[in-house]
Design a binder for this molecule. Structure first.
Ligand SMILES: C[S@@+](CC[C@H](N)C(=O)[O-])C[C@H]1O[C@@H](n2cnc3c(N)ncnc32)[C@H](O)[C@@H]1O
Length: 221
């Protein structure tokens, strides 16, 4: 079944504006397409899927470019955010953003898409045993230091060469002084995980929403 991406884009950016936006989808989509064009092997994962807005976008873009066989795995506590550390500030708090696996299934049903495999639970409990063996694309949207750290620890060893990791809310205010910096634990976790100079490329949208993009060139010998 074909899907009209512009209709989904319009619907997501009006009905799911809490967690997605034109700028977010615009920033994410070229990386999704690049992984497919370059035939990078592995599954797609989203760590922190909430109600499934980005999940259904990932599925729809893959289906549109004829990559229907590619599997998607999504992870969330479905109990909202965990306890923040001091570095996480108070943009979102413990217990915020509660969704359910049914929300994720329902949004896929609504748009006639095959649902992803949904993995409910805290990342530290699910990721070590439930992540797919090989990952081509990962969207890390766990917001807090600890959530991003465990996401990196568990995903990076499974990345295929050429795989892309998009990290939401990664603000490099030295490179982009106007970048929104409400979740500084995200970049701190990346810096500690990868070391400096960081291989993560900072990107900001027209409205100063920040992202980090990491392209996996291989594992250190
Ligand atoms: C900003 S929302 C994700 C939005 C989603 N990516 C979208 O595009 O609509 C962050 C989600 O991460 C989840 N989360 C954060 N830290 C987590 C952890 N350590 N384990 C499991 N889920 C976590 C929260 O439950 C929340 O639903």
């Amino acid at each position: 079944v074909t899907i009209r991406l512009p209709a989904l884009y319009e619907w997501l950016t009006s009905e799911h504006s809490e967690t997605t936006s034109r700028e977010r989808i615009n920033a994410l989509t070229p990386s999704i397409i690049r992984v497919c064009l370059e035939r990078i092997p592995g599954d797609f994962v989203e760590l922190g899927c909430y109600r499934g807005a980005t999940s259904v976008w990932l599925r729809s873009v893959l289906d549109c470019i004829g990559d229907e066989e590619r599997s998607i795995h999504v992870f969330d506590s479905f109990q909202g955010m965990p306890t923040p550390k001091a570095v996480d500030l108070n943009h979102v708090g413990e217990g915020d953003l509660v969704a359910s696996p049914d929300d994720v299934l329902e949004i896929h049903r609504r748009w006639g898409r095959k649902p992803p495999t949904v993995h409910p639970g805290w990342f530290k409990d699910t990721l070590p045993t439930e992540l797919p063996e090989q990952i081509a694309f990962a969207y890390l949207d766990g917001d807090f230091y600890d959530s991003i750290m465990v996401s990196l620890e568990q995903c990076v060893p499974r990345l295929a060469i050429g795989a892309i990791v998009v990290i939401d809310d990664y603000a490099d205010v030295v490179r982009h002084p106007k970048a929104w910096n409400g979740l500084p634990g995200v970049k701190q976790a990346c810096d500690e995980f990868f070391g400096l100079p960081s291989p993560v490329q900072p990107v900001v949208t027209e409205t100063d929403l920040p992202f980090g993009i990491y392209i996996h060139q291989g594992h250190a010998k």
